[in-house]
Design a protein around this ligand. Structure first.
Ligand code: PAF
Length: 278
């Protein structure tokens, strides 16, 4: 597995990477602190015959003031060992100056699916995500890029941006990888203490119950109210629990077309996200 830390190294490694007989190159963008969910993104790309470039960059612009940028887990050696083991072809490890060079003056502002939910709770978050992803696309020039459905809204924001800017990258959304308890895998799960980890499984259980109730014909407002109360009883502070249009993220009061039940809730100081298809 090659490791590139500068644009020159990336260019050379990308050139040397043989995609002959393969479908092309897929990017797996990450912020490191890798877990089985990230490896499932890698496998999704490999199973479709792509050579894989994984990027690791804890992107400062997608964190708000007072968020966990400083304490976000960083373990480059362990991450690289996991990627090598998983058959990753190339790791892209840019520094802040490479991603945001002196004089940097361009951002990507996405409206539409970026406006509510995470966009409302974390102002500027999706501007940071869209900007860094656009930069990674420009640097790596992948044919495809893989994102986890755990961050459902992020996937829709990136799809919107890719379509609007006519970027020649196929966006692959990969199903959420879960622990045996149902907890969606996330680098931030490392913040949970043992007691919180047990409580955290309530998030997926509550989502699943609300999904089943909605599918069985219960009013969306009633299912969401019951779910919110159950999360509060389990010790969560709920930022939102809502039924939305799967692509636009517009709120829905009944199921029309493709709908998604999305939630974000805090357990102690840890913010957890999850979602299910209806
Ligand atoms: O999902 C993430 O880890 C990040 O938001 C991403 C897509 C790597 C951009 O920094």
């Amino acid at each position: 597995m090659e490791i590139a830390r500068t644009l020159a190294q990336l260019g050379a490694a990308r050139e040397a990477l043989t995609t002959a007989g393969r479908r092309g190159l897929a990017l797996v963008p990450t912020m490191g602190a890798l877990h089985a969910g990230h490896l499932s993104l890698l496998r999704a790309a490999q199973s479709e015959d792509y050579a894989v470039v994984a990027s690791i960059f804890v992107n400062p612009t997608q964190f708000g003031p007072g968020e966990d940028f400083a304490r976000y887990p960083r373990d480059e050696a362990h991450d690289c060992a996991m990627l090598a083991q998983a058959g990753c072809d190339l790791v892209w490890l840019p520094d802040v100056g490479t991603m945001y060079p002196p004089g940097d003056a361009t951002v990507i502002e996405v409206g539409g699916p970026a406006l509510g939910w995470e966009g409302a709770v974390r102002p500027g978050h999706f501007r940071g995500v869209a900007t860094v992803v656009a930069k990674l696309f420009g640097q790596v020039q992948p044919d495809a890029a893989c994102f986890g459905e755990k961050d459902w809204q992020q996937v829709q924001v990136i799809r919107r941006m890719t379509e609007d800017l006519a970027l020649p990258v196929r966006i692959m959304a990969v199903p959420t990888w879960r622990e045996a308890s149902g907890l969606a895998m996330s680098s931030r799960n490392r913040y949970l203490d043992a007691g919180e980890r047990v409580k955290a499984s309530a998030l997926f259980a509550v989502l699943s119950r609300a999904r089943d109730a909605i599918r069985a014909g219960e009013l969306v407002a009633a299912s969401v109210a019951t779910g919110g109360a159950a999360l509060a009883a389990a010790g969560f502070a709920v930022d939102y629990l809502a039924l939305v249009d799967a692509q636009t993220l517009a709120p829905l009061d009944r199921v029309v077309g493709e709908a998604r039940l999305i939630t974000a809730a805090r357990l102690g100081t840890t913010r957890l996200l999850d979602n299910v298809a209806i």
